[in-house]
Structures are given as structure tokens and as C-alpha cells.
Design a protein around this ligand. Structure first.
Ligand code: 5GP
Ligand code: ZN
Length: 131
């Protein structure tokens, strides 16, 4: 099957991995909304939130671990967690993924959550997380 996130999990396409366990693989989003924007994906392929009855529940502990990691390493006081499920909702990659988006006091609130920020230095952010 031709799936971008399956290829990332398999290491066939490079990614900035921040976390991995038996169930999940997590890596920095290529076009972040805020510094440290991470995608947590199940290793087992499933297209979206409703195409597998247990995938989201199985992924939840890993999402929480990634959230804790990002808050600690990036000194982020808050975060948003988001799933776009289905094309009309904005899903563009059809392998279930949870967006974990760290938030910072200088740009608070839900209104500015989902705007791409081209000024983020993704390499510098990555060093802070894995260092
Ligand atoms: P969706 O719109 O499906 O909820 O989210 C897909 C996300 O995947 C987008 O935020 C997009 O920036 C990210 N993305 C797309 N292609 C790649 C890629 O090749 N590498 C990484 N790291 N992220 C990607
Ligand atoms: Zn996949």
C-alpha cells in the first residue's frame, strides 16, 4: 500500500522522530503551526478515526507521553490535541494521526492554533526535544 506515514514509520522517508513505542510513532510536522508541532501515528495502518474501532484508544497513552515530553523539553505551558478525520475536516494524509501542538504564552488561544508558521526553526526545536 502506498501510504506516506507507513513509509515514514518504516524509515523509507526521513522524519524527525521524537518518540516511539510498540503502538505509536511520533515525529515533527513538516509545516508546524507552533514550535514542536508533532504527529502521533499508530504503527498499524488505519485511514482515519472511525475506520478502526480501537486504534484511537490504543494510541491515547502514547499521545499523553508525547504531550508530556513536549511540555517539558520545550517549556510549553499548554498544548492542543487535534484529529482531522475525513477530507471535509481537512485531513490530507489518510493514515490516522493526532496533532499535538505545544502552545506558548506570547500567542495564546484557539483562534491562532492552526496557522502554519514559516518562521519556526525546526532543526533548533528538534535539538531541544532530543537533546
Ligand atoms: P492532516 O491535514 O491530514 O490532519 O495533517 C497532515 C499533516 O502532515 C500536515 O500538518 C502536514 O504538514 C504533515 N505532513 C505532510 N507531509 C509530511 C511529511 O512528508 N513529513 C512530515 N513530517 N509531515 C508531513
Ligand atoms: Zn499508513
Amino acid at each position: 500500500m502506498d501510504c506516506l506515514f507507513c513509509s515514514i514509520i518504516a524509515g523509507e522517508i526521513p522524519s524527525k522522530k521524537v518518540y516511539e513505542d510498540d503502538v505509536a510513532f511520533a515525529f515533527l510536522d513538516i509545516e508546524p503551526f507552533h514550535a514542536g508541532h508533532t504527529l502521533v501515528v499508530p504503527k498499524r495502518h488505519t485511514a482515519d478515526l472511525t475506520s478502526d474501532p480501537t486504534a484511537f484508544a490504543e494510541l491515547a497513552p502514547s499521545v499523553t507521553k508525547v504531550a508530556e515530553l513536549l511540555k517539558e523539553k520545550l517549556d510549553a505551558p499548554a498544548l492542543n490535541v487535534l484529529v482531522n478525520s475525513g477530507e471535509v475536516a481537512g485531513q490530507s494524509v489518510f493514515h490516522l494521526h493526532v496533532h499535538v501542538v505545544p502552545r506558548y504564552a506570547d500567542n495564546p488561544g484557539i483562534a491562532g492554533m492552526a496557522r502554519r508558521d514559516p518562521d519556526i526553526d525546526v532543526d533548533a526545536v528538534y535539538s531541544k526535544i532530543i537533546g
